[in-house]
Design a protein around this ligand. Sequence first.
Ligand SMILES: NC(=O)c1ccc[n+]([C@@H]2O[C@H](COP(=O)([O-])OP(=O)(O)OC[C@H]3O[C@@H](n4cnc5c(N)ncnc54)[C@H](OP(=O)(O)O)[C@@H]3O)[C@@H](O)[C@H]2O)c1
Length: 336
Amino acid sequence: MSRKEFWFSVIFGMAVLLFLGCGTSNKAVVNPAVNGGPAFDFTSRTVTLNNGIKMPILGIGTYRLTPEEDEESVYLALTDGYRLIDTANVYMNERAVGRGIQRSGVPREEIFVTTKLLPSDYENVDKAIDDTLARLNLEYIDLLLLHQSFGNYVEGYKGLEKAVADGKVRSIGVCNIYEERFDEIIKIATIPPAILQNETNPFVQQSEMREHVRPYGTILMSWFPLGGRVDNFNNTQTRLFNNETIVEIAEAHGKTPAQVILRWHLQSGNIAIPGSRSADHILENISIFDFELSAAEMQKMSALDTGILSLDFRNNIDEISNFLSPNVPMDFNAQE
Ligand SMILES: NC(=O)c1ccc[n+]([C@@H]2O[C@H](COP(=O)([O-])OP(=O)(O)OC[C@H]3O[C@@H](n4cnc5c(N)ncnc54)[C@H](OP(=O)(O)O)[C@@H]3O)[C@@H](O)[C@H]2O)c1
């Protein structure tokens, strides 16, 4: 083979591989230029974080359930194929989550566990992590987040970085944070946040924050992805599920509004963690990998953004910190 023929076959081979890769259906439907992050892989249902670790793009949330309900919903979710679990020490359910994981029989290395620390832990991160690991009955946490951006969050973030160095935590990130405080963390960070977990749904699309964190490769993870519970704050879930545009798109695909909203999160490049105590809903929420929203439908959904948060961490951070920050540290070990 001549030199010319050799290079021709190399270039031709690469072109074929590229063509085959792009042709894979349902893969990389997210346009990184639009959403400001790496493409979600809809085949493996993962995204590669800014530290090279793969994270599932759809998971189960565990907020506001009883320990029994939490254990059952984690068990059902893992049985249905979910591989991401979102909890927090303040949810008082880490033991129940650990039991659900054990019961499922799914190997630890296949599961991605996210948990969070409260401001009362920020100056004592080491101990808080050891306690969380003991409650979860795990040897490491896949993703640890600062739950709130008040108190000594800068010190808290340094504690997270130390936990990565100590091998107790694999990825770190932040929640409920906006430009100014995010930048404060970036100034001291040696490990940029892998995840930003903020309230996000079609009425609150977080486009500005997504743009803001783009340079650091930080990915948005949506809390209240379905608008939260029906009794939460602004009736967001009821308004989402009855929204004309969402209902119309759902009917066109033979899907439910919940499924359309979750698919919208993933195609927008948001990791979603819907919570549910219902076996039917848990299965319904993961049955979103057999359809795709068109560009026109995504555009219609984009137009629904109002930017109105249920809990306004953007503007009322000091007010919120008054009622959310426990002055007396909570006894997280007092859970079933
Ligand atoms: N970082 C933070 O500050 C923060 C704050 C809030 C939440 N979170 C995390 O985000 C997760 C998600 O939030 P969330 O659970 O509060 O709210 P959500 O996921 O937006 O909505 C949950 C509600 O939707 C209902 N639901 C779920 N699937 C449904 C379906 N297919 N059809 C109809 N209804 C459905 C559930 O009822 P059923 O039980 O009847 O299914 C439940 O009442 C939490 O669990 C938690 O892990 C984080």
